[in-house]
Design a protein around this ligand. Structure first.
Ligand SMILES: [Fe+2]
Ligand SMILES: [Fe+2]
Length: 308
């Protein structure tokens, strides 16, 4: 049978680089189409630097969300916390886990929910980003305790969400994101520029839009925006620099699989962080770093298990 070449569809033209960029930008400009955190996760994140938060407040929030309630009970009944009798009450579970640990679990579950319904390849990449973010969060909270630069709860929340723009870009534009970001933990001064070349926008700007849409606390939003250029941050310099240094340490450990030989003083942002510390706090961070890394790895694994 003869083919009617007039009606035959022309082979689809390969999209050129410019049209890919335009498509990606359209996707990433549509803030209303971004994933959202649950109202509970946002409220728990906002409680992270509130010294008046109580177990009753957190339990009340957790009870409203069946998925969170089940996860908190599961964690409280895990081998790490469980006593002789099973825990069936949310407030008892919150007390057993500790208010801070419970808030961390709920925040991490909130981030995970933003990509839970996407295809497996996207989820896999987002899981890698969540693992990195939890590690940064643990390091930042530990460094906050050692230096006193920030409240550890606020440092954890800012660390957990610092790279949320990467999660959003991965979910909204998976192919272009894979080209822009190999998630190889080899970030440098050119990282944001390379993202802008492919996506037309970088993950800090995407994340800041996400933070605004989700009404995240100021410290978290500023960290998302400036964690690759903390010198430009004027409102939350201490917190942002703390997370930036934690991010650099995490990248090193996740790339090299060790902390031995890491020179904190060679981290270009450590000097900026040291401006917010006394001499003895700076010394404490230098001396405590290897232990802090080991502890953060252990705690990150435990939290990932609870969110699985
Ligand atoms: Fe980043
Ligand atoms: Fe990061």
């Amino acid at each position: 049978m003869a083919t009617n070449f007039l009606t035959r569809e022309a082979p689809a033209a390969r999209p050129n680089r410019l049209s890919v960029r335009e498509a990606v930008l359209r996707e990433l400009d549509r803030v209303e189409a971004y994933p959202t955190l649950s109202a509970t996760a946002v409220q728990v994140i906002a409680l992270s630097d509130n010294p008046d938060a109580s177990a009753g407040t957190v339990a009340g929030l957790v009870r409203r969300d069946g998925v969170l309630a089940a996860a908190v009970l599961r964690a409280a009944n895990s081998w790490a916390y469980r006593g002789k009798t099973a825990v069936n009450d949310i407030q008892q579970a919150v007390l057993l886990l500790g208010l801070q640990e419970c808030s961390r679990l709920v925040s991490a579950l909130g981030v995970k929910a933003t990509y839970a319904k996407h295809p497996p390849a996207v989820r896999e990449r987002c899981d890698v980003l969540l693992r990195h973010s939890l590690f940064v969060a643990r390091l930042a909270a530990g460094a906050a305790k050692l230096t006193g630069v920030s409240n550890p709860g606020a440092a954890f929340a800012a660390g957990l969400l610092h790279d949320i723009g990467r999660v959003v870009a991965c979910v909204r534009c998976p192919d272009a994101f894979a080209e822009a970001d190999p998630i190889d933990f080899a970030e440098d001064d050119g990282t944001l520029g390379r993202e802008r070349d492919v996506l037309g926008i970088d993950h800090c700007a995407v994340g800041f839009q996400f933070a605004t849409k989700n009404t995240l606390p100021e410290g978290v939003a500023r960290t998302i925006l400036n964690h690759h250029r903390p010198a430009e941050e004027h409102l939350q310099r201490g917190l942002v620099t703390l997370v930036t240094v934690a991010d650099r340490v995490a990248n090193h450990v996740q790339r090299e699989h060790q902390i031995a030989g890491y020179d904190l003083g060679a981290c270009p942002f450590f000097a900026t962080l040291a401006e917010s510390c006394t001499g003895s706090q700076e010394k404490a961070l230098r001396a405590g770093l290897p232990n802090l890394v080991v502890k953060a790895i252990r705690e990150t694994r435990a939290l990932l298990k609870s969110t699985a």
